[in-house]
Ligand binder design. Structure first.
Ligand code: CTP
Length: 391
């Protein structure tokens, strides 16, 4: 699976450094070339000899220990297909988010322009520190994939979020990232995500439980596959592509209309409210003596349908969340909306869908073909959906 792939691992000074030994073995066993750069502090936790034996390569620690004409931080950055920093300490995270290059590892990170995966591990109070949160946000917005730490008992004696995520998760994320193709290079992909928010008055609104995660995963995967991406979303996400933050269905429609002509793919993963209140109240609605309050609702435009009516070269993909009769409802919906594909998911299951990190979907196309994607992380499902659209 990893034959011929060049993986550069940056190890920093945290107790979880020992877990990376197992990871190196797995990468090697599966055919990858592994090079390791470690900070001097990392070598307090694992020895150079161990890393050297496992990676079957020299371990790079000192910046000025130059053997070739080309500085090490440039040549290591050039030859790697991916850079993984694990465990990433608060110190290294903060340095690389600010462009500080004061050791070999941070210098390589500074010169690295391909896919970077960072797996932080630290004390829970450090992880919750606003400065670290901001640095993580900055790294995400520049395209780094952050494998968030897990909660549990920490080596420092605390219990909380900060433990390095599982080696399995790191391994799968690297394999996943390396197996992306450039299939969407030169294409523009517009994705919607999140539930729309329909205001009632200045303090109240109608919305739904959509987390926006599925659409965000699709946008990220499309970018990894080389596309120019625009994400139109009701949620706050940090990403290295164009994000248009919207609130209501009408806002979402306006944003889509401005992006539609130049789009090659439009993927409507957003949960758009079917109705909005007819008369928005400028003032907060006061409680009255009456036992009932009636809100009059009016229909929102069916954005997906209207895009399908005017589409030319675009491939338009709808989503449908159903709590019963998934396939029957999905078949009816694809013909009613006129989209090229419809991705259906079952929201009656608590292990997939809305707020969950996993999903399981069935893709229908307008010719009647049906493809089921088995339960997997939203990230994997996102890639599989995009690959299917390109088959
Ligand atoms: N959609 C839309 N505009 C709307 C409602 C939905 O563009 N006003 C899009 C959604 O983004 C999704 C698809 O239509 O891609 C299906 O959404 P869904 O809520 O399942 O369909 P509805 O037509 O609203 O049908 P219902 O709620 O009755 O199941």
């Amino acid at each position: 699976m990893l034959n011929g792939k060049n993986i550069l691992i940056g190890i920093t000074g945290g107790i979880a450094a020992y877990k990376i030994c197992d990871l190196i073995r797995r990468f090697k066993k599966n055919g990858a070339n592994v090079k390791v750069t470690a900070t001097p502090n990392a070598l307090n936790f694992v020895t150079k000899l161990t890393l050297q034996n496992l990676s079957q390569n020299e371990i790079y620690v000192e910046e000025f220990d130059i053997k070739e004409w080309k500085p090490e931080h440039i040549s290591l950055a050039d030859e790697a297909d991916i850079m993984l920093i694990a465990p990433a300490t608060a110190n290294t995270i903060s340095k690389i988010s600010n462009g500080i290059a004061d050791n070999l590892l941070t210098s390589i990170a500074c010169a690295f322009s391909k896919k970077m995966i960072i797996a932080p591990a630290m004390n829970c109070n450090m992880w919750n520190n606003p400065a670290i949160k901001e640095n993580i946000r900055v790294l995400k917005s520049r395209g780094a994939e952050i494998l968030e730490p897990e909660s549990g008992f920490l080596a420092c004696g605390y219990t909380g979020k900060g433990r390095l995520c599982s080696v399995d998760k790191i391994y799968n994320s690297v394999v996943e990232a390396l197996n992306y193709s450039d299939k969407l290079k030169g294409k523009k992909v517009v994705v919607t995500s999140g539930g729309t928010v329909e205001d009632i008055d200045p303090v109240r609104y109608i919305s739904n439980y959509s987390s926006g995660k599925m659409g965000f995963s699709i946008a990220n995967s499309a970018r990894d596959m080389g596309a120019e991406v625009t994400l139109i979303t009701t949620k706050d996400f940090d990403a290295p592509y164009k994000i248009i933050k919207v609130k209501s269905a009408i806002d979402m429609q306006d944003a889509l209309n401005s992006e539609f002509d130049t789009a090659d793919y439009v993927i409507m993963a957003a949960a758009v409210a079917d109705y909005r209140v007819k008369n928005y109240s400028e003032q907060k609605i006061k409680k009255t003596d009456s036992e009932n309050l009636t809100l009059e609702l009016v229909k929102n435009p069916d954005i997906l349908k209207s895009l399908c009516e005017k589409k030319s070269h675009q491939i338009v993909v709808g989503f449908c969340a159903e709590s019963e009769n998934l396939l029957e409802n999905a078949k009816e919906k694809i013909s009613k909306k006129g989209c090229d594909y419809l991705v259906a998911n079952d929201i009656s299951r608590s292990d997939i869908g809305f707020s969950s990190d996993d999903n399981e979907v069935t893709i229908l196309d307008k010719s009647g073909n049906i493809k089921k994607l088995e339960k997997a992380s939203k990230r994997v499902i996102a890639r599989k959906i995009l690959e299917y659209l390109n088959e």
